[in-house]
Design a protein around this ligand. Structure first.
Ligand SMILES: O=C(O)CCC(=O)C(=O)O
Ligand SMILES: [Fe+2]
Length: 186
């Protein structure tokens, strides 16, 4: 885990501006044939070729917001890797969440580097091994300014999630930077 090189006051300012200026959307997902709203706000941003197919729909990325390109430059330097897109997630309170998944889309190639910056309220990430059920779930607290870099076999070996919390938690914004190596052309 790395730290984003900004003071608490600057992190707070980043949070406030991102919350106000990003075109957040609440998207639906189809689960077992039923349409559900995702329990968080999100925004897909990146280079124009970074469209991705999800639930049968081709999602075009939003163009880079200058604030987010600035963050990307810092994150690339810290992670020592290059990124061409980012998924921004806005968890409004402890009831917003993300289910267990791995970021293992074929477009990302084998052993992708994924850099995830957290701003605002601290949330726990749970990590579950994909094959070895005897391994206990690992819990990682992601606090304001934490930069989690996942590399190597992390996506093929583990799934991760941000579970709901019963505690009254403030809002959190997470930026997950990725590199799409093989854009799907359809
Ligand atoms: O909010 C987080 O820390 C996790 C986000 C995540 O896993 C993702 O965007 O793929
Ligand atoms: Fe993820």
């Amino acid at each position: 885990m790395l730290r984003y090189p900004k003071s608490g006051a600057l992190l707070r300012e980043l949070f406030v501006r991102l919350a106000a200026e990003i075109p957040w959307r609440q998207e639906s997902i189809i689960l077992y044939g039923k349409c559900h709203m995702q329990p968080r706000l999100l925004c897909w941003m990146g280079d124009p070729e970074c469209a991705y197919r999800y639930s049968g729909i081709l999602h075009k990325p939003q163009p880079w917001h200058p604030l987010v390109s600035g963050i990307r430059a810092h994150v690339e330097a810290l992670a020592g890797a290059r990124f061409n897109c980012v998924l921004l997630n806005h968890y409004r309170d402890g009831q917003d969440s993300m289910g267990f998944h791995a970021d293992d889309e074929p477009e990302l190639g084998a052993q992708p580097v994924i850099a995830s910056l957290s701003l605002g309220a601290a949330r726990a990430m749970h990590l579950r091994h994909r094959r070895d059920r005897a391994l206990p779930t690992q819990k990682l607290v992601l606090a304001d300014g934490d930069l989690l870099v996942m590399r190597g076999n992390s996506q093929c070996d583990w799934k991760h999630a941000i579970p709901k919390s019963r505690k009254a938690l403030g809002p959190r914004i997470n930026l997950t930077f990725r590199l799409i190596r093989f854009p799907s052309l359809t």
